[in-house]
Design a protein around this ligand. Sequence first.
Ligand code: ZN
Length: 473
Amino acid sequence: MFAAFRRAFAQKSRPNAWRRGAWRLALILTLCAGFALPAQAQRAPHFEFIRDAEIEHYLRTLATPIFRAADIDPNAVSIALIKSNAVNAFVAGGMNEFFFTGLLQMTESPEQLAGIIAHETGHIAGGHLVRGSEAMRNASAQAILGMVLGVAAGVASGNGQATAAAISGAQNVAERGLLSFSRAQESSADAAGLSFLDRAGVSSNGMLAFMKKLAGQELLPSDRQVEYVRTHPLTQDRIDAVAHHLETSPYADSHEDPKFQVMHERMKAKLMGFLQPQTALLRTTDKDPRISARYARAIAFYQTNQLPRALALTDGLLREEPDNPFFYELKAQMLFENSRVDEAVALYKKAVDLLPDSALLRVAYGHALLESKNADNLDLAIRQLTEANRLEEREPETWRFLASAWGKKAELTKDQQYEGLVSYALAEEAVARGADKEAQQFADRALKVLPKSTPYWLRAQDIKLSIDTEGHR
Ligand SMILES: [Zn+2]
């Protein structure tokens, strides 16, 4: 299974970047990246998840006051990014908010994005959710979307081709009739969203501006409309209600903290640099005074295999902002993928020191430590990955790295306990993918080897007991 995942991921990747098994990008594709698609599915959209420490940090910082205003524990909500030009966002499987990169790129300000987050949070608060099974509650957001779209079998078996075909066959979320809301639910999500924005002291102007932007879409034939309009039916009533609310809201003219504007610009710069590098190179110059422009450009050079220019620009950014963890991360990623692992290790350390609560940065640091030839780094790698797991449970990738780290320990020490830990980590990895049967098999194996009643033994037992003999919860 482990190998199947890695093979599947390696197919799409640029050969130079992935040769060393370096399959972590700052933007990582985590579900169905790049499987060869059957001919009839070639033009159909399919989903790839991306993980990015900076963008997730921004979304979370922006969303936290809104979640609090909704009386929702911010830590209980997971935010997932889907790489797609489609403009959409939705909630599914409990407290999971999914944002398409096309939607993030269409927003022009933090207030607009806050409006969308408030509306989606209104769906959560209103209980407008696709019913989640028990497995969904324990799985990662990626696995949940797979389950919602009915592709869990493909994911669980590591049969990427089946997964990609199933998702492509789905055409898009809206046409499947999944995740679409009624007009009544839309109005109620707006009303809830507006009250959350007021409670958080955020102007609803952004919500109105984005709705007006979408309103032009209603006139287009349905195959040219953005998906968001189809999953969240837009009516003049909704726009009028938001405009009316603004007339009386004390926060109508308030603005988000200027730091959010900076974060918003960098999010858009990063997405353009990674996803549309040619466009980024056309629209910017090396001498552009805006950091966001040079950031987009540095990433675009890196994406188009022009490493020296990418590094030169990134070094310039670091001189201007020597405490920016994401600039260190970018440089580390560039070097790591070009086999300069020891330099990458030092830069990732710097990034983690600057933003210790980012699970993704710790995973990247742990991975770089794991890939370095220095066996002394192994224990530090395990510490980083363990801490990443504490900060963010249910991320299959972290458990895969940890399994690999414990596997190396087993080789070095010939200590059988580490073999037990490998099985335990693979059990957790399977839980995070929603693959209960595999989770149970690995938990069984771990229980046979690990010393009884130790913490990891107990957790392996928890996994085993939470799944019945049929492999279901
Ligand atoms: Zn909606």
